[in-house]
Write a protein that binds this ligand. Structure first.
Ligand code: NAP
Length: 483
């Protein structure tokens, strides 16, 4: 029997009101049921909001440095369970154990970083133009915030939403993705063990379709931070802004990497393999288009294919594995469909793109990493987010042409360039329409203490991570004192 996990409401672990659960299944081995989670309903959401409302005034009244102390303590607790938490993550999400370990470490760093924010940057003083008047700002919490998270970074994303929300004095109702809810639960457990008061954090599992509206429509909700697909995010935005809620959306990407002829080709190919295929291409910041300057297309593509073929696909719990499975049958189906779409559009498959089913692959959602060439910018494989191990190679005449292709999509999350030219790098940074820009680095692989977010259809609202993340979760109040 799989372990049954409960909701966390008002400081207690409680079963959902529907008395139904849903399974969390290991995508590398579908015989491995990681756990059973509560298939909650609107009544559970109502209970979570009631608890958050009750706890909010006292939590907001606590000095911010003391709120931060709970985050420091939770970081210590999570750190003491690093291996177990990372193993849970690999089992529920499929990323390799080293990647999962890195992600849990990142969640720990995030808790510590925002613990420190409790004693930093909470207001500033402005000189008044009048005599004997003193002006300053204060940061006030918003109240109750709803956090809705995806499955691909099941610990880091809940951490980078919860930590700034809490340190700013808000209470939280969080709903993790149904495909990978255990890592967020581990984070909530660490905060509980750290002594965070009852009702400050409320954790409710269940399908977004069943409880999303109850969260968004709750009268005491002040803000919602969402990470996930554009479809769900945009629908959520319409509903939330109708109520004048504060909204933050982080959504899809179709991230380009440009490789110029002067780049170190070996380094560029290694960078691309990391950016496109690690975490099975299931990073919002993964590169899915590589735009290569014409004179080196053949040489670069050959190096890329060689490195791609050398990647080892398998169960991420085993040593030496580079790439795990897709998260589920549906996502694997999308990946394989796009390989077919590319072929019908005239792209040429150079390697991979096949479902793996033999031996150790028999019980998982595995496919071999795919590189396609002869891709035109207008093709669907060059325009639509696939969210899997599929990389399209597009040629460009020069930097100008590459920037035009790179910008010619609706997304604008992350972008990268490989070049030895400082001028080309600066030109690219200035002209690329993306929230994150990397030079000679993978488009994925951001740091926990640095602002994060995209442009165009990828994002909406204020930045996450880094000190600025607290802006979304707080209101600035301005005070004038005549003395
Ligand atoms: P998703 O299907 O949009 O789900 C995201 C979250 O929304 C899940 O918790 C989901 O719950 C919930 N949800 C679904 N329907 C809802 C509704 N009607 N009301 C409220 N909530 C609802 O996305 P995903 O498949 O988990 O994640 C993959 C996507 O996330 C990709 O597009 C990727 O690019 C994007 N992503 C973006 C970033 C970024 O920072 N830009 C980072 C990571 C991922 P259920 O799980 O129960 O359906």
């Amino acid at each position: 029997m799989p372990c049954e996990y409960l909701n966390f409401i008002g400081g207690r672990w409680v079963p959902g009101s529907t008395q139904r659960t849903f399974p969390n299944i290991n995508p590398a081995n579908t015989d491995d049921v990681v756990g059973a989670f509560q298939a909650s309903g609107p009544d559970d959401v109502a209970a979570a909001f009631a608890a958050a409302e009750k706890a909010q005034p006292a939590w907001a009244a606590l000095p911010a440095p003391r709120r931060g102390e709970y985050l420091f303590k939770a970081a210590e607790i999570l750190e003491s369970q690093l291996t177990a938490a990372a193993t849970d993550m690999t089992r529920e999400e499929g990323k390799t154990l080293p990647e999962a370990t890195g992600e849990v470490k990142r969640a720990i760093n995030i808790l510590r970083y925002f613990g420190g924010e409790g004693s930093r940057q909470f207001s500033y003083q402005i000189p008044s133009e009048r005599e004997n008047v003193f002006c300053f700002t204060l940061r006030k919490p918003l109240g109750i915030v709803a956090l809705i998270t995806p499955w691909n970074f099941p610990s880091a994303i809940p951490a980078w939403k919860m930590a700034p929300a809490l340190v700013a004095g808000n209470t939280v109702v969080i709903k993790p993705a149904s495909l990978a809810p255990l890592s967020a639960l581990r984070l909530v457990e660490a905060l509980e063990k750290a002594g965070v008061p009852a009702g400050v954090i409320n954790f409710v599992t269940g399908s977004g379709g069943a409880i999303g509206d109850a969260m968004l429509e709750h009268q005491s909700l002040k803000a919602v931070s969402f990470t996930g697909s554009c479809d769900v995010g945009n629908r959520l935005y319409d509903k939330a802004t109708r109520r004048r809620l504060r909204v933050q959306l982080e959504m899809g990407g179709k991230n380009p990497t440009v490789v110029l002829a002067d780049a170190n080709l070996d380094l560029a190919a290694a960078t691309l393999v990391n950016a496109a295929f690690f975490s099975t291409g299931q990073k919002c910041t993964a590169t899915s288009r590589v735009i290569v300057e014409a004179p080196i297309v053949d040489r670069f593509t050959a190096a890329l294919v060689e490195k791609t073929r050398a990647l080892k696909v398998g169960n991420g719990l085993e040593a030496g594995i580079d790439i795990g499975p897709s998260i589920d049958d549906k996502q694997l189906g999308i990946v394989l469909d796009y390989v077919g779409v590319g072929g019908r559009e005239g792209a040429r498959l150079l390697c991979g793109g096949e479902r793996l089913t033999d031996g150790p692959y028999a019980r998982g959602y595995f496919s071999s990493p795919a590189v396609m060439t002869d891709v035109a910018p207008s093709m669907r494989v060059a325009q639509e987010e696939i969210f899997g191990p599929v990389l399209a190679v597009l040629p460009a005449e020069n930097l100008d042409g590459a920037v035009e292709v790179a910008n010619g999509i609706r997304f604008g999350l992350s972008a990268a360039i490989c070049t030895r030219s400082l001028t080309a790098a600066y030109e690219f940074i200035n002209r690329i329409d993306a929230g994150l820009v990397m030079v000679n680095l993978p488009s994925a692989g951001v740091e926990y203490h640095v602002p994060f977010g995209g442009s165009k259809a990828s994002s909406m609202g204020m930045r996450e991570q880094g000190g600025v993340a607290v802006d979304f979760y707080s209101e600035i109040q301005t005070a004038y004192i005549k003395y």
